[in-house]
Design a protein around this ligand. Structure first.
Ligand code: THU
Length: 137
């Protein structure tokens, strides 16, 4: 699966976003090292704080199926019902979840369309990470 295909998966995942409160639909597609893709969308809640971001939905689906090794994630977001108007970067909580399971070189694709996307690494978007090793257990 190449980068463009992964962004396309994220755009498809975005179609499932449940966003009655923000009307901001996000899709993510998480690629395992073995080449399997897990899709995620944001899922909102009337109580607001239980809302789950698209990226975490994808990670939690994958981890709960036993996946532990990941190569890349694609993220797309914007007002629901129209194509993304801008690049949508992961929130801080989602970056921290990525750091739990992924190395610094993990690829983060931020797309506006399958033709237009930026490629980053996890360490670009989350430097000076706090991980398991930092607990000095
Ligand atoms: N959201 C995501 O799903 N991922 C991000 O990277 C940024 C924000 C969601 C949370 C909420 O449902 C909506 O976008 C507006 O914040």
């Amino acid at each position: 699966m190449d980068n463009k295909e992964l962004v396309k998966e994220a755009l498809a995942a975005r179609e499932m976003a449940y966003v009655p409160y923000s009307n901001f639909a996000v899709g993510a597609a998480l690629l395992t090292k073995e080449g399997k893709v897990y899709r995620g969308c944001n899922i909102e809640n009337a109580a607001y704080s239980p809302t789950n971001c698209a990226e975490r939905t994808a990670f939690f689906k994958a981890v709960s199926e036993g996946e532990r090794e990941f190569a890349a994630i694609a993220v797309v977001g914007g007002p629901a019902g129209e194509p993304p108007v801008d690049f949508c970067y992961p929130c801080g909580v989602c970056r921290q979840v990525m750091a739990e399971f992924c190395p610094d070189e993990f690829v983060v694709l931020i797309g506006k369309s399958e033709e237009e996307f930026r490629e980053h690494t996890l360490s670009d978007i989350l430097p000076h990470t706090f991980r398991d090793a930092d607990l000095h257990k």
